[in-house]
Design a protein. Sequence first.
Length: 155
Amino acid sequence: MPSSPPTPKSNAQEPHSPRSSPVPTGVQGDLELELLGLAGALYNLGTTVINDTSKDSNQPHGSKPVGLKVNEVIESLNSVDNLARAPSLNTMVPMQILLDIDDAKNLTQITRERLERAATENQFMNGKIHAVQAYHEYLNQALSVNFPELAESLW
């Protein structure tokens, strides 16, 4: 029975991966570490439930491994809740993200789609900006040729 969840290998080829970034300082960093601990506790609970051989035995409730792992998860949830109530933690989560989580959508796919959409919109806006700048230069040149007295104030 594994004692901790598998950790992803650090990939030197992906320096911009969220996993390669350092944990933030302060309450947000503590909360992030506690959430990682909660994920580990949930993983351990899942593996314990799968490997539990005491389901049919007459062991007292306190000595069953599943009960101990459930208690660890509850303690971890309590720690996360306490940290989330810290007055200095003012990070807001968009409601759509919470709805996507509730609907059990693939957050990796949703994130990828939103990043691609943002990149597309960014490219579109960059194209518009470039077009306006090119038009501005063309207009200034035309005004300079046709109205030489305005040439100094155009550039």
